[in-house]
Design a protein around this ligand. Structure first.
Ligand SMILES: O=C(O)CCC(=O)C(=O)O
Length: 270
């Protein structure tokens, strides 16, 4: 898997879009050959149930199979620790046009690091037993000093409303919410009028094969279950700055973050 991801340079419009909306889609960062290699690797790992894994039953979202031994109980949701599964995945996360875009989006002199915890994963959505992910900010999962992380969501095939692609509330990363806006599991409540009004701005993110969605950890997003016939596979990496550290002892602190190679955008990646 050594075919380069396509080089990208961020325009002023791209940067402005990310700052104002909290997300940015860059089309065709990976070509079809690269996507197919990553897909075939992911399918092998899925078939072999190569640990560490998160199963649909573990999350208990609407639609998740129930019970550790019932039908669908072996449906994988995340192949965790993606970067440790193959050197090419580590390279893609740490030393590629994708990580170069992340550095630009942070726009900081501080070093950028990639977390090896949780969202460093190959995310799968099986048509048979997938679930609905309710509205949330990713800070629900992360415990960092500051709510300032950026994820790169790499679509290895098309992602849309039919197969459980992500929906976002543009600009929500910049809003301050009172704690009552979220339920006890930190999902954004859909029964409050003020929340309902905001959710009317929902936008389905349509991704093509090889497109990358960059989004801020404060951006409200959600996704439905997969109603297509094919498993959806995406690769996700999450980044933070060196001066924004995981809270000691939290799940975000379970593995050390890795330093991102600061390759300039103009120089081609391996
Ligand atoms: O694909 C999904 O169901 C949503 C995943 C998600 O929002 C997340 O991992 O934060």
């Amino acid at each position: 898997m050594d075919i380069a991801a396509k080089m990208e340079t961020l325009s002023r419009e791209d940067l402005l879009h990310f700052r104002q909306m909290g997300y940015l889609v860059l089309p065709r960062m990976l070509d079809n050959i690269r996507c197919d290699e990553l897909l075939s690797f992911s399918r092998q790992q899925l078939e072999a149930l190569t640990p560490p894994l998160e199963y649909e039953v573990d999350v208990r979202y609407p639609g998740s199979p129930i019970g550790q031994s019932g039908e669908g109980s072996k449906t994988v949701r995340r192949l965790l620790e993606a970067a440790s599964r193959d050197p090419s995945l580590k390279n893609l996360g740490l030393d590629s046009p994708i990580s170069a875009v992340i550095i630009e989006l942070f726009g900081s002199e501080d070093e950028t690091l990639m977390s090896q915890c949780h969202h460093n994963c190959i995310m799968t959505k099986d048509p048979g037993f997938s679930s609905d992910t309710l509205w949330h900010q990713d800070n629900r999962y992360w415990s960092f000093e500051e709510e300032n992380l950026i994820s790169a969501w790499i679509a290895l095939g098309p992602e849309n409303s039919g197969n459980g692609g992500l929906k976002v509330i543009p600009g929500s990363h910049g809003l301050d919410f009172e704690s009552e806006c979220f339920d006890k599991d930190l999902f954004f409540r859909t029964d409050l009028i003020k929340n309902k009004t905001l959710l009317k701005n929902c936008k389905q993110v349509e991704l093509g094969k090889g497109d990358v969605l960059f989004f801020h950890s404060r951006l409200l997003h959600a996704a439905d279950r997969n109603r297509s016939d094919e498993t959806k596979v995406s690769l996700v990496f999450t980044y933070h700055l060196e001066n924004n550290l995981p809270i000691k002892g939290s799940r975000s602190d379970g593995l050390p973050s890795l330093r991102v190679g600061a390759i300039p955008l103009a120089i081609n990646a391996k």
